[in-house]
Design a protein around this ligand. Sequence first.
Ligand SMILES: [Cu+2]
Length: 235
Amino acid sequence: MKAIMASFLVLGVAFVAPLAVAETGQLHTVSGSIQIKGTIVKTEGPKSRKEVVVYLEKVGEQAYPPPPTESALLDQKGLVFIPHVTAIQKGTTVDFLNSDTTEHNVFCADEVCMLVEDINSKKPKYLDLGNFAAGEKAGHTFARAGEAVILCKLHPEMAAYIIVLESPYFTVAEIDGTTQTASFSIDAVPAGEYVVRTWNKWCESTDQELEVGEDGASDLTIDMQRKQRKRRKRS
Ligand SMILES: [Cu+2]
């Protein structure tokens, strides 16, 4: 018995030591699941709200790596924006492409789409790429964080969402219509303290703090309920 105890002690020391000298600056994966509570999120058809942006914001100093130099792509195909929901880091360029044979337009009237040179103007201009023909592509760099609703003047039924984040630590998860759950995984997260936040058209979550250690973080659970403000509007 004494021999067994002794070997446990040795193991204990052996396991603790490498953690204590672990390198800083390593990147980790944060993963978990989302559960919809008390409501049903539509996941099919034009009223689908299945996309959930999950993102991590640093606690304290908001020091993030610079935005990627590669552009994100937002296609217009079959009179639909694809993808319907895109998440980007502030400073990322989005290329808008027309893959249809008909003309399209791209515009956005949200504050996040205000043109940088017009920020101090009394009549600021907003993102409007004009009409562009089949096969044409035009880019826009998003310089402010927030929610951008992207529309087409020629097809009022078309809409897409670009969620512009300060943080590069995000993913877009999709809710399963049957289980009303989603799983997610965010890669390349440095160790540190974060707040876990979400964006969805229909639901919201309560902010939760997360400490990402040397083993990353797994089994994170995010509960989402129907947005409160929509409920008030209806009553
Ligand atoms: Cu259009």
